[in-house]
Design a protein around this ligand. Structure first.
Ligand SMILES: *Cc1c(COP(=O)(O)O)cnc(C)c1O
Length: 233
């Protein structure tokens, strides 16, 4: 069996165990395979295993691989998105996880209108307030959500996303996941064309089990599937 399939089998067992521990249905947690720096061939191996959703953090990588990945996969833009690059991916990605500024939302809105589509987005929250990370803080998220709903008619806000601080002990990030879940819950019951909060995108290779326990509906996992990344190649 290929290493990627072996890793996916092991990952799947851990996802299932985390669901069992927290009384959640496996079907309520979407595994997004994060494929940055990986080739289309490697991605196709993961697709052959059953991966349906792919996460990339660079526009260029989506452009390069888009035509070469087989099957009917959904592409997710999970990284920082520059406004001048929105036009390249607006018709390619099913979900943009990284909206953190009104200027970016307005550009997505404009490009979506040109294509006659409603763009699905998540609001990226920097729950731990780390200087090095993109994303708005919790209070900023609330006002950004209201501003996007008021101004961007070709956007539907589908949920929230966070990247937790890097740590060797995933228990340390549990409070951030919990905070984001509370914010997410506060929007349940409000649903219209501008907002339908269904997705809580949190958890990576080092902390996806804690994220599932705290209510993640999407986990973004790269290293645990494909191995350590080498950025020099
Ligand atoms: C790279 C990346 C991931 C996956 O990280 P791993 O630790 O390799 O699982 C998840 N989310 C974002 C936004 C990323 O850039």
């Amino acid at each position: 069996m290929s290493k990627i399939h072996e890793n996916l089998d092991l990952l799947e067992e851990r996802i299932q165990a985390a669901c069992d521990r927290s009384g959640r249905d496996r079907g309520d947690v979407l595994l997004i395979g994060v494929t940055k720096t990986r080739t289309a061939e490697e991605i196709n191996e993961a697709v052959d295993w059953g991966i349906t959703d792919i996460g990339e953090n660079k526009v260029q990588e989506i452009m390069d691989k888009y035509e070469h990945v087989h099957g009917d996969v959904n592409w997710h833009m999970i990284g920082h998105l520059q406004t001048n690059k929105v036009k390249y991916i607006i018709d390619k990605v099913s979900l943009i996880h990284s909206v953190d500024k009104i200027k970016l939302a307005e550009e997505i809105d404009k490009r979506a209108r040109e294509h006659g589509i409603i763009a699905s987005v998540l609001i990226e929250v920097n729950a731990a307030g780390e200087e090095s990370k993109f994303g708005t803080d919790l209070e900023g998220a609330k006002s950004l959500i209201e501003e996007v709903r008021a101004k961007c008619k070709n956007i539907c806000i589908k949920g929230l996303m966070t990247i937790a601080p890097f740590t060797d002990d995933p228990e340390e990030v549990r409070p951030y996941f919990r905070e984001l879940k509370a914010l997410f819950d506060s929007y349940q019951g409000i649903k219209d064309e501008t907002m339908d909060m269904q997705h809580l995108s949190m958890g990576m290779s080092g902390d996806f089990e804690v994220a599932i326990e705290e209510g993640a509906t999407m986990i973004r996992v790269g290293t645990a599937i494909f191995g350590a990344r080498n950025y020099n190649i």
